[in-house]
Every structure is written in structure tokens, then in C-alpha cells.
Design a protein around this ligand. Sequence first.
Ligand code: HEC
Length: 116
Amino acid sequence: MKKYLFISGMLASSVLLYNCSGSKKATASKPPPYTYESNVKTAIEAYCTPCHIPSKGGNKKSYDNFANVKSDIDEIIRRIEMNPGDRGYMPFKKPKLADSSIAVFKKWKEDGLGEK
Ligand code: HEC
């Protein structure tokens, strides 16, 4: 009986070890998901200022925080994909965002809208 316990203990720990090294490999090859803090925040600060950043004097809906940006993400993507002159186009009266910047917002949504 003791021997049997020992063997099943060995089996269990080798399964654990195997899983640990397996998941390390998976994260190394797959880039981390986009998050508000690391990817989206800088884009908002660059393109949606000052109007949506209260600390910069903006008086439009504030997008200096995760909660508002997350809840409005569909509307944000819809508007930044419009062309200047379209009704609702953002950023208001400024040049259209580069495709690569629009892609940051889309990728964040695809990746599940994480904060950090
Ligand atoms: C120069 C000022 C200005 C800039 C820069 C600007 N906006 Fe706006 N934004 C406005 C104004 C004015 C409104 C209100 C009118 C409207 O809804 O079209 C607005 C409204 C919005 C709304 C609707 C909010 C609501 O109340 O439901 C969204 C979404 C939005 N902006 C997204 C953005 C995003 C994303 C950026 C940056 C890529 C941006 N805006 C940059 C002026 C600006």
C-alpha cells in the first residue's frame, strides 16, 4: 500500500512539473494580450486630448479612465473608423488616426478589454 501511494505521488508530481514547463513555453511564444494600461491609455492621451481628458481642460466625456473607455469601446471604434467630415467622426477636427493606431483599440477589444 505504501509503495502504491509513493508511486501515485510520483506520478502526480511529474504531471504537475510537466504542466508547469508546458505553460511557460506557451507564454513565451504568445505575446501578452493588449491592456488599457499598457496599450490604449497612451493612444487616448495622444489623440483624444484635450477634449476627453478633464485634467487637460476637456469637457467632453472623460476617457482618462479604464471604466469609461471600456464601456464605450464600440462607439469609440465606430467613430475613429469614420472619415473626417462624417457626422460623429473622432478625433473631432483632427486628422484621422493611422490604421495602426485604430488597430490598437480593436486588438484590445479582441483581447478581452483587460485593465492591466
Ligand atoms: C477637439 C476635441 C475632441 C477630440 C480631440 C476628440 N473628441 Fe470625441 N468628442 C468631442 C465632442 C465635441 C463630442 C460631442 C459631440 C459628439 O458626440 O459628436 C465628442 C464625443 C465623443 C464620443 C461620444 C461620447 C458620448 O458622450 O457618448 C466618443 C465615443 C468620442 N468623442 C470619442 C473620441 C475618441 C476615441 C477620441 C480620440 C481618438 C476623441 N473623441 C477625440 C470632441 C473631441
